[in-house]
Ligand binder design. Structure first.
Ligand code: PLP
Length: 448
């Protein structure tokens, strides 16, 4: 079939706007009539710099990213950032503690409140850090689906399982399945200083769980910035993986320390990952502890290509950035800026919500045939997961076969959970959703 005969609901890589792909095919062959294509130009050229600047500027406009945030483009996918988040924020946790220990112990040695001389300072600082790492270093993870689970496992691999506090694991109350986001009263976050605890190096959640179809309906109240923490320099550093709902709704970026996402769902093709990071978590405000110190403390050191300060200092061009991928992402984002004008990402949010609503309400109309997997309170607008006829294999196969005959592709659920998954990313058109809605009704009537 041709492109316009097909609607693709795959979970990622995902569809891209046809107009962007048409322009891309020309740019691949001959960019701006230079006789060479976009994959052939240097990442250090003026054109590449312009492409990068345009992509950043479109993203900044769309999400209204404050000036005190840095935007980085990297490789390594969302999974690469599972690691980078840990090495960076734990590296900062150690550095902050080192500075405090150095200051306290310098004064204590000078006042004679601490035995020894100035020459003992470095070893005393190290001993205190070692104790603090052993007793107080904690990373909080909200495990609400397969991707936050993977991220927490990577963190455990890098800093040790004993440092990971799983503040929620939504499988526990759901027979081993990710279906809900437990109420905040049930979360066991590491206590902050104002509550008499050590505070955590980071609090991590996945805003939209692609495999399980679970999305946080809003920013968690428990993680809202707290003034007392500001005074204590003990703010919660909130990290969110937005790989599969990036640029699909309004986000108050100022509440997050870090937001990251692979491009291959809503933004572009696989190959680039975007990180939005509070500048105060970078030099010159703060450094990550030195590799020597981290190694002595048994904490993983970031490979240089995932070292955010290095990437930031080099304007995301420390090593060869896939400029073609950045260009695609830039085109997609520019298109949204132009389409929604002053409404910014709010315009896309309306469309996404409308499309998701059309699909869920049709599924809910036929409860004997369809069963949406996640709880109503956290149904994803992006990945709509459901079972057909209670998950009967032959019925689900029949459903997928019938959909394919109508050009509705990519509906098979993730191999780990089965069933049907319809991904409703930005480039899925209203027409495509309408056709799927029609098919859902027709199939349900014939199955009844
Ligand atoms: N996080 C989420 C929410 C995802 O959906 C995915 C991939 O689908 C990842 C992380 C991992 O991304 P990557 O394959 O780019 O490493």
């Amino acid at each position: 079939p041709s492109r316009d005969e097909v609607h693709y609901f795959g979970a990622g890589p995902a569809p891209l706007p046809t107009a962007v792909l048409e322009a891309a095919s020309k740019a691949l062959l001959n960019y701006k009539d230079q006789g060479i294509g976009l994959c052939e130009i240097s990442h250090r050229s003026a054109d590449a710099n312009e492409i990068l600047a345009d992509a950043k500027s479109a993203l900044k406009t769309l999400l209204e990213i404050p000036d005190d945030y840095e935007i980085l483009f990297l490789q390594g996918g969302g999974s690469g950032e599972f690691s980078a988040v840990v090495t960076h924020l734990v590296g900062i946790w150690v550095e902050k503690r080192r500075l405090r220990a150095q200051e306290d112990l310098t004064v204590a040695l000078a006042d004679g409140k601490e035995p020894g001389s100035k020459d003992d300072l470095a070893e005393k600082v190290f001993a205190r850090l070692q104790k603090e790492v052993a007793e107080e270093l904690k990373l909080d993870y909200l495990v609400t689906g397969s991707w936050s689970l993977k991220a927490s496992q990577e963190a455990a691999r890098l800093v040790g399982q004993d440092k990971i506090n799983v503040a929620i694991d939504s499988r526990k109350s759901n027979e081993g399945k990710f279906r809900t986001i437990p109420p905040e009263s049930e979360w066991s976050l590491t206590k902050r200083k104002r509550e008499g605890g050590p505070g955590s190096a980071l609090v991590y959640f996945c805003d939209n769980e692609t495999v399980d179809g679970v999305e946080f309906p809003r920013f968690p109240t428990l993680l809202e910035p707290h003034q007392e923490d500001e005074v204590d320099n003990d703010q919660t550093l909130v990290v969110a993986d937005m790989s599969s709902n990036f640029i699909s709704r309004k986000v108050d970026v100022s509440k997050y320390a870090v937001i990251f996402g692979g491009a291959q769902k809503n933004v572009g093709n696989a190959g680039v990952t975007i990180v939005i990071l509070r500048k105060s978590l970078l030099p010159p405000t703060i450094n990550v502890a030195s590799p020597d110190l981290l190694r002595r403390l048994g904490i993983a050191v970031a490979p240089v290509v995932f070292d955010w300060p290095t990437i930031a200092k080099n304007n995301s061009l420390y090593n060869t950035l896939p400029i073609f991928d950045v260009w695609i992402a830039g085109q997609v984002m520019k298109h949204l800026v132009e389409s929604f004008g002053e409404r910014r990402i709010g315009g896309q949010e309306e469309v996404s919500t409308q499309k998701a609503h059309a699909l869920y309400s049709t599924l809910d109309d036929y409860p004997d045939v369809y069963g949406v997997v996640p709880d109503k309170s956290c149904r994803s607008r992006m990945n709509i997961c459901f079972r057909v006829c209670g998950g009967k294999a032959d019925k689900e196969k029949e459903f997928i076969g019938g959909a394919e005959k109508r050009g509705l592709l990519g509906l098979k659920g993730h191999r780990s959970v089965g069933g049907i998954r319809c991904s409703n990313y930005n480039a899925v058109t209203q027409d495509g959703v309408q056709k799927l809605v029609q098919y859902l009704s027709d199939f349900a009537r014939s199955a009844a």
